[in-house]
Design a protein around this ligand. Structure first.
Ligand SMILES: C[S@@+](CC[C@H](N)C(=O)[O-])C[C@H]1O[C@@H](n2cnc3c(N)ncnc32)[C@H](O)[C@@H]1O
Ligand SMILES: [Zn+2]
Length: 419
């Protein structure tokens, strides 16, 4: 964790200030371009804020008497006790006793089904052996182009801005976008994909990696120029509630972008309709199985994924755009479809209403935006899903938003510490 991240962090339980305790730090060596960029974005004068990385430590909330571990350079901000928090506690027992007497690990109840979501996506991403060759069905460079197109960076440049990506998975998009767009990104994910992200992209000074849930994001309100979440909130118990947790974090006129599965995507062909029915039927059971049994059930379908990629996608998109599927690529694709406990579907109209009711205006729909020249129409399926950008309206209009079900922050479910 870079020291300057503390500027933006708060306790995800009570929203109070956090105090940083470091037991192991390192000094980063940063080139001049990054140095100037990062100091300007965070408006800092102290070089320590840019150059110091905390490898092991804790973030403590005096009001809750709770501490959040920093382990493997990643702040662990979940509001319930996790495996990694217990490991940190065991390995640092003496230090915690000395530095944080009377403090405990957070022990709220997890949001419905979230521990299963964490388990399944952690398996998905820790199994994915990142080689820099592929990301989903395409190359990492093309996936970053897709993300920039989705964020509309040609109209809304990210240069010199601070963005939050919720649900970074292995972190490849956040890494690529921060490099190409010259911006700083805080990347959050629920699962242990964050450790892979730290391993592969931890040396990118423009990227902060945080383990946290969309339902208890540990950030000050109105901190970010841009908040985005791609393919994430439909995998929670309630897409709508998750959406409401993203809304207070943008600055005034800041941009919020979300991409979620659509009903339309389900019905693009007869074959797809049948496949979706099968998926619906098997997902609840598969998501509950232990990892080894999941592999036994998934293994027979992997050749079908490989064949489809080779015979259909590579022919349609060309070999430079569609990578060849090996076992790893086929496995992550199959896992992503068949093991998440939740995968809700929505319509453009429904999600647009969520934006409006939370006082986001000037909505931009991905389905209406032509793909830029030279960008092959290989990602058309992604456009069949719902991708919407909205811009935060001035505070005053929030009070007057019509038909809002979530406009008061008091109505958003918050974590509560168990006694
Ligand atoms: C399908 S992956 C998408 C990853 C990446 N955004 C992309 O589009 O390639 C969904 C990700 O959402 C994360 N996720 C699921 N529930 C979450 C939650 N409550 N808070 C934060 N992240 C969550 C999962 O851990 C997983 O990494
Ligand atoms: Zn607190």
């Amino acid at each position: 964790m870079r020291r300057r991240l503390l500027k933006w962090l708060i306790c995800p339980i009570c929203n109070g200030a956090l105090e940083l305790f470091a037991s192991k730090c390192s000094r980063l060596s940063i080139n001049e371009v990054d140095y100037d960029l990062l100091r300007a974005i965070a408006r800092i004068t102290d070089s320590d804020e840019v150059e110091t990385e905390i490898i092991t430590g804790a973030l403590a909330c005096a009001a809750c008497r709770v501490y959040y571990p920093i382990y493997n350079a990643v702040p662990r901000m979940l509001t319930y006790t996790t495996e990694v928090a217990r490991v940190h506690q065991r390995e640092n027992a003496l230090w915690i006793q000395e530095q944080l007497p009377g403090f405990t690990l957070p022990h709220c109840a997890a949001p419905p089904g979230e521990e299963e979501v964490l388990r399944n996506f952690s398996i998905e991403w820790t199994e994915f052996d990142w080689s820099g060759r592929s990301y989903w069905s395409t190359t990492p460079a093309r996936a970053v182009d897709w993300m920039r197109y989705s964020l509309g960076t040609s109209k809304h440049p990210l240069q010199g801005k601070l963005a939050l990506e919720v649900g970074i998975g292995i972190g490849a998009m956040a890494d690529g976008v921060s490099r190409v767009e010259n911006c700083e990104i805080v990347g959050v994910d629920l699962g242990y994909g964050v450790d892979r992200a730290q391993k592969f992209f931890g040396e990118n000074h423009r990227l902060h990696i945080v383990q946290a849930s969309v339902f208890a994001l540990p950030f000050r309100r109105t901190t970010f120029d841009v908040v985005y979440s791609h393919g994430v909130i439909h995998h929670t118990y309630s897409t709508r509630t998750a959406f409401s947790h993203l809304t207070g974090l943008t600055k005034e006129n800041g941009m919020l972008y979300v991409w979620v599965y659509s009903h339309e995507e389900e019905t693009t062909s007869g074959v797809r309709r049948i496949l979706m029915q099968i998926e619906r039927a098997v997902r609840p059971s598969l998501s509950r199985l232990p990892r080894s049994l999941q592999i036994i059930f998934l293994a027979p379908v992997l050749p079908a994924y490989m064949l489809h990629q080779s015979l259909v996608r590579r022919r349609k998109m060309g070999p430079e755009a569609a990578v060849k599927y090996g076992w790893t690529e086929a496995l992550i694709a199959a896992r992503d479809r068949l093991t998440p406990p939740f995968a809700h579907r929505h319509t453009y109209e429904e999600v647009a209403e969520w934006f409006r009711s939370e006082s986001y205006g000037n909505l931009e729909f991905l389905r209406d935006e032509p793909l830029p020249g030279g960008f092959p129409d290989d990602l058309v399926n992604l456009r069949v899903s719902v991708g919407i950008r909205g811009f935060s309206q001035p505070k005053l209009s929030r009070e007057h938003s019509i038909g809002s079900t979530f406009h008061s922050t008091d109505q958003i479910p918050r974590p509560v510490l168990n006694s």
